[in-house]
Design a protein around this ligand. Structure first.
Ligand SMILES: [Zn+2]
Length: 376
């Protein structure tokens, strides 16, 4: 990068007959610090149409190095110089990017607000994307929805818009505005068939005391995407307890387990049936097989089984806790798009900034096996 800047500098400062246009070579060793060279270059380089790209390239270099204060200084200085409106807008987008990188979200937003042109259009697609990212980071869901509605590409980004409505619904629900939350979710479902719109709808219906409707919505979410079992199952179990539908849940989970043999479904079945159920032994054995397909936990379990000083009952409880602990520890969430991993479920990937791309790795694996079996 520095080499490119240097060669540009030489080209700009050398006149046609070969004599330098400026008296000093900015790359003469004024300082042992290479960064000082860049500052000297900027101070001596006048801002005009020929040198604008050099200033912008240097500022970008500063930002990429994490020196956002320097990048901000360059862009602010550029804006103070007299420039064409088109160029000023280009610099403003860069300045907003600096503010965003430095964590000054409010300032980034103020700069971006200036990017709305006289005819009401937004300056560029880059300005739109940055503004949306700033609003998402600030959790300004209403503003983000308005921005996408006004300037987003029609027909594209529906998943994103649907998720913005889901976030807004969450927020409205937490302030007790359930009617507002329902209206937001109606918009979300118009845009996307994804499991999440059904999951959030179920949360709002639960808050309103509509438990049976919430159960139907959760089952619908699993019809859309069975990999969301990790989010759906805890909610489904607590709703079933509230409505007394345990027998129905058992039938439902057995069918689900046949289709999607996940340890989460298996554990829920075991919790539901109790040790005297005729199928409990088979399921317990399957759970043990899953656990023992791993490594050191199997050894710990064997050690525990050989200890004679521990009572039968206590040992049973310990072995089971150990098994479940292992299943918890071995699962992580991973973004299907960029591979970003997290210990908890995130609907928004912080790395590639996409919605609904993260899945439990275990559920994803089980799901992939189902597909492989269906399409050999
Ligand atoms: Zn990602």
């Amino acid at each position: 990068m520095l080499t490119a800047v240097k060669s540009l500098w030489r080209r700009l400062t050398t006149s046609i007959n070969g004599t330098p246009r400026f008296r000093l070579d900015p790359f003469e060793p004024l300082s042992p610090q290479p960064d000082r060279e860049l500052d000297v270059l900027l101070e001596r380089l006048p801002v005009d149409a020929d040198t604008l790209e050099t200033h912008l390239a240097l500022a970008e270099l500063f930002r990429k190095r994490g020196q956002t204060d320097r990048a901000i200084r360059v862009h602010e200085t550029l804006l103070e110089s007299v420039l064409e409106r088109e160029e000023r807008n280009r610099i403003r987008v860069e300045l907003a990017q600096d503010y965003f990188s430095a964590g000054f979200l409010g300032r980034a937003e103020s700069v971006l607000e200036e990017m709305i042109l006289g005819d009401g259009e937004l300056y560029s697609a880059q300005a739109f994307r940055l503004w949306l990212t700033v609003l998402e980071r600030e959790h300004e869901w209403g503003k983000a929805i308005a921005l996408v509605r006004k300037y987003g590409d029609p027909g594209s980004g529906n998943i994103r818009l649907a998720n913005l409505y889901c976030e807004q619904a969450h927020l409205l629900k937490s302030t007790g505005d359930e009617a507002g939350a329902r209206a937001a979710l109606k918009e979300a479902r118009k845009l996307s068939n994804s499991a999440r719109t059904f999951i959030v709808s179920a949360e709002v219906e639960t808050a309103m005391g509509h438990y049976h409707r919430a159960i139907r919505l959760l089952k619908e979410a699993l019809n859309r995407d069975v990999r969301r079992i990790d989010v759906v199952l805890p909610a489904l179990k607590s709703l079933v307890r509230l409505t007394g539908g345990e027998a129905g849940l058992r039938r439902y989970l057995e069918e689900l387990y046949d289709r999607h043999p996940s340890h989460r479904v298996l554990e829920s079945l075991l919790d539901l049936v109790g040790p005297n159920d005729p199928k409990a032994d088979i399921w317990q054995k399957e759970l043990e097989d899953i656990v023992n397909s791993g490594a050191s936990f199997g050894l710990m379990q064997r050690w525990l089984e050989q200890r004679e000083d521990i009572g039968e009952r206590a040992r049973g409880v310990l072995v089971e806790s150990l098994q479940r602990l292992k299943l918890r520890l071995s699962d992580v969430y991973q973004c299907n798009h960029c591979g970003f991993e997290s210990a908890t479920m995130l609907w928004f990937c912080p790395q590639c900034e996409r919605w609904e791309t993260a899945y439990s790795r275990h559920e994803q694996r089980v799901y992939k096996n189902e597909i492989d079996i269906a399409e050999p």
